[in-house]
Design a binder for this molecule. Sequence first.
Ligand SMILES: *[C@@H]1O[C@H](CO)[C@@H](O)[C@H](O)[C@H]1NC(C)=O
Ligand SMILES: *[C@@H]1O[C@H](CO)[C@@H](O)[C@H](O)[C@H]1NC(C)=O
Ligand SMILES: *[C@@H]1O[C@H](CO)[C@@H](O)[C@H](O)[C@H]1NC(C)=O
Ligand SMILES: CC(=O)N[C@H]1CO[C@H](CO)[C@@H](O)[C@@H]1O
Length: 507
Amino acid sequence: MLTTPKMTVLRYMGWLTGCSVFTAFVSIIWQAFISLQALNRTTVLLTGLLAIEGSLKRSTVQPAPKVAIGYGACTDLQINATEFLERYYGRRIPATTAGSREIVNNEDELLQSFAYYFQNGAAAERVMANGTLFKQLVGYAKQMGKETSGIQWFMGGNAPLMAVRFFMEGADVLLGAHMSKKLRPLLPKEIRLAGDEIPDDDIHLILEYKAGDTWGSYVAPRANRYILHSDRNNPHLRALEQLTDALKVYHPQLLVVSGLQMMDMFTFNPGEREARLEQVQRQLTSQPLDTLNHFEMASYVELRLLQQLRHFVLPYVDSLGMNEQELANLQQVLAHGRTVLATDWNPRIAHTLDQMREVFISLLEDFDEQSRADPRRRRISRIHVHTLAYQAILTTAGSQWKNTRAAAAKAALTAHRYVCKSQFINPEAVLQVLDDSFATSAQEDAPRMRIGAASPVPCWREYIEYGRQRQRLEVEICVAPVLVCREARKTAGAGDNISASGLAAQL
Ligand SMILES: *[C@@H]1O[C@H](CO)[C@@H](O)[C@H](O)[C@H]1NC(C)=O
Ligand SMILES: *[C@@H]1O[C@H](CO)[C@@H](O)[C@H](O)[C@H]1NC(C)=O
Ligand SMILES: *[C@@H]1O[C@H](CO)[C@@H](O)[C@H](O)[C@H]1NC(C)=O
Ligand SMILES: CC(=O)N[C@H]1CO[C@H](CO)[C@@H](O)[C@@H]1O
């Protein structure tokens, strides 16, 4: 039989079509298989985390733990970042970005500073020095809210958010803050308040964005927020003395210090800030030893303030809470006396754990060198670092902190529930960020831990070596995977909820 070239081509094409149909078919089956497996893994992890969380149920005969929290409160005004900027600044998209700016003086600086954090997907909190301009921006935001219903009002400030979380976890709570008549009803009435009623609360403008949101040529790699404020009350920790007085009779198991990032240099006269921090120190050191002191870090950019914290606050706390950016920053301040700007929003576990060890060692060494001269110092016994993808908690073995594994699991579940804005966890809405296993350090031949059905929250013990005499201290470390929400709904305030739920589990 004769075959013409045309027939050969046709036959060849037919074969090719068959082939690609087959390939497509295989690939669909393969995709389905992969996503089924991912779904299975998520379900397995979720079941494991929920089981560990369930083990935390406090017996009803136990009295509620008492927790005290300082300082300050504000109103959060939350808006869609890109929509807001496009509406009021149109095509004014900066060609250069600037992250290091601590204080934003005008619109150009605001846009450059926002661009830096937006394109890195990093959380930021900045001060607007010009109060008139700040009022104008708040006015714009309210205006936009009227037209698009795109704004939301929340109670804000680290202390009130943590207070509510502790209350929801069954604690008896005392909060040190001044509040207006409008804000007080947003706080559960059971929470005791040490502070005055004031006519107006400080407002924080929260510019939120999602992963993939675009602004000019900038694209956000993850959901996050940029906070702008121009506070009158919070920087001065106005309720500090009232809280100190209330603490004398309250005698809590835990005292949490937060909100010190508000103490911007330019709102103080020379020497005034040190005097306020000295009062914080006095409050911490006047607590009996059965009250654990915790300091909640935040986005600090001013080196001087961080150095003052190292002097007035860090030596007198038992525990620290922070995110990965704050960890990197604190590690640099302790080791090299300089601050760093965040770049990596999803650091490897090994890297984070190494930084946690470095911070822990630094603080242990400071304690060793100086506790004889100053017996009020406390030896650090807990560090909690929360990231988008995991929760890591390090505690001194045999310390007063209980349930480290359950605390990590609890914090991971809170992170998911908060960011997805849902109490019900749907495995299909979850992104797998972590691998099945991780190295416990970036050092060579560090042991690896598996995250799986058998151990959804791996924990292990190890010795930390510190000081010139190479003393050894045994610590326990637990790492819990966060089931990352595909579609983040709310990120502002997540850290407060997460840290407080971890702490509540350890009392
Ligand atoms: C899901 O994962 C578990 C634990 O890894 C395994 O035992 C089970 O067979 C898996 N189920 C399916 C349907 O793959
Ligand atoms: C503050 O901002 C307002 C409004 O944008 C402006 O008119 C004023 O000149 C600014 N003040 C300073 C000191 O820059
Ligand atoms: C903000 O609005 C834009 C467009 O209206 C939208 O694409 C974006 O996802 C929104 N971002 C948030 C955080 O809602
Ligand atoms: C998921 C979650 O725990 N969200 C809570 C965070 O804290 C606020 C109060 O500060 C609660 O209203 C949320 O329900």
